[in-house]
Design a protein around this ligand. Structure first.
Ligand SMILES: O=P(O)(O)OC[C@H](O)CO
Length: 462
């Protein structure tokens, strides 16, 4: 391979939550890294849609890697968030039982929370339930308080991780699907849609394509079993009926249908948990949406009269295993982080730490950067001051979400510009409000014209 093929210490495959956090951790550990993303922008796969909850791990299997990394990731998020201007809405959760059978499960869940080191999970008396969730359905049979279950912005967090990596020297190549991997002395040459890339070490964080990327070099130790989750977003008028997350009694397969405020001021209900073959296309269907709206109305009856703003579906990269599959293959110079399901939002920074520890143990010593650069992200949360509220921030383009022309310009520029309209929405919330872009989309598209990513981003020669 010619020497003008760029050479990195590590190549991270996949620009979702795990990939962004791993890129950050390895870059801050002093490695020269590249992230290879198949989509036109980061977070365009499994990490595109989730319930945006920063979990405590109260119901995770005791002793699991998922639990350990959720708790490490949560602690790290809380430690760095102010420095990055990442929001947190401290709502706690009420885990509600709706039948005698579910009621019997509550002591078991409280005991599991205790074993998982989550303090303060306790039964609520009936008056305490309605003090915490005044609009909860009167049929509730009982509930646990789960302190510490909070809400975050599911997009500004991973963008912050990726941006910090870029500011400290990492490269990100989008529209750079990895199609082949060739083992060579000292590492790998990856055949990507953006051309060949060499790396001393590969980290597979490819989400819903994790098993296919694994199959580029061996029989994959897991099979992705895509699990769709449909959601309904109620209008911001619904927010007054809910100030805490309402969780159902979970089962082995899913945490179940949650009714939750969002950090952006809406109310969300979902997800469903539907097995499907398709890895990319998450369609919504009327029957499931009506069932979700019906469930929301039973849990919080006032929602029956509230308008719906949007619907969406995310696809979880579930596997035949409940736990995450994170493994280092020292002889192969390869690490895989697979089966990172819904709890990946909480666990991401923990996954970054864990992969960095595996790298240090098996591959190369890390030399943490001295005085790394720290980005500050635009705040899009409803409960904190927005940039547009400052004088001189330009005219409003998206009237529903109060997004200014300056904010859209900023998202189209800089070291991590939006690659497509989805990326622009996730960075600004333009077109995500109650009109869903009816009023602003033409103007947003005009601003973005010629500036989105039509072709692969090419690596710089080494
Ligand atoms: O159904 P689960 O268990 O994948 O969890 C979905 C929740 O929305 C996680 O935040």
């Amino acid at each position: 391979m010619s020497s003008d093929v760029p050479l990195y210490d590590a190549a991270v495959i996949g620009g979702g939550l795990a990939g962004c956090a791993v890129l950050r951790a390895l870059t801050l550990g002093g490695l020269r890294c590249v992230l290879l993303e198949r989509g036109a922008d980061l977070l365009s796969g499994a990490s595109k849609g989730n319930s945006a909850i920063l979990h405590t791990g109260f119901d995770a299997p005791p002793g699991s890697l998922e639990l350990r990394l959720m708790q490490a990731g949560r602690a790290d998020y809380l430690a760095i968030r102010e420095r990055m201007n990442l929001p947190l809405l401290e709502t706690d959760a009420v885990l509600a039982a709706w039948s005698e059978q579910e009621l019997q499960r509550l002591p078991v869940i409280a005991d599991q929370a205790h074993r998982n080191g989550v303090d303060g999970v306790r039964p609520l008396a009936r008056d305490e339930i309605f003090a915490k969730a005044p609009h909860l359905g009167p049929d509730v049979a009982g509930a646990l308080l789960v302190p510490g279950e909070h809400l975050i912005d599911p997009w500004s967090a991973p963008h912050a991780y990726a941006l910090q990596a870029v500011l400290n020297g990492a490269a990100i190549l989008r529209r750079a699907e990895v199609r082949g991997a060739r083992r060579e002395a000292g590492g790998w040459t990856l055949d990507t849609a953006a051309g060949p890339v060499r790396a001393g070490l590969v980290v597979n964080c490819a989400g819903n394509f994790g098993d296919r990327v694994e199959a580029l070099h061996r029989d994959s130790p897991f099979t992705i079993k895509p699990r769709k989750g449909q959601f309904v977003v109620f209008d911001k008028t619904a927010r007054r009926f809910l100030s805490t997350i309402v969780l159902p009694v979970p089962n082995e397969r899913t945490k179940g249908v949650v009714v939750t405020p969002t950090i952006f001021g809406n109310v969300l209900v979902g997800p469903t948990a539907e097995e499907q073959e398709e890895r990319e296309i998450g369609t919504v269907d009327r029957a499931a949406l009506e069932a979700l709206i019906g469930a929301a109305g039973r849990i919080v009856p006032a929602l029956r009269d509230e308008p719906v703003t949007a619907t969406y579906a995310g696809i979880r990269p579930a596997t035949q295993f409940k736990d995450f599959v994170i493994e280092a293959l020292p002889a192969e110079r390869w690490i895989v982080a697979g089966g990172i399901r819904s709890t990946g939002l909480t666990a991401a920074l923990g996954i970054g730490q864990h992969v960095a520890a595996l790298v240090a143990e098996h591959f190369v010593g890390l030399k943490p950067l001295n005085d790394p650069a720290w980005p500050r992200m635009p705040n899009l949360a409803e409960h904190l001051p927005r940039d547009h509220q400052r004088p001189g921030r330009g005219d409003l383009v998206c009237l529903c979400e109060y997004v200014t022309a300056d904010e859209i310009e900023a998202a189209l520029a800089g070291p991590l510009p939006a690659g497509d309209l989805g990326g622009l929405k996730r960075r600004t919330r333009a077109m995500m409000g109650r009109c869903q872009g009816f009023n602003c989309q033409a103007r947003v598209c005009a601003m973005a014209e010629g500036r989105l990513l039509e072709a692969p981003e090419m690596p710089h020669a080494a």
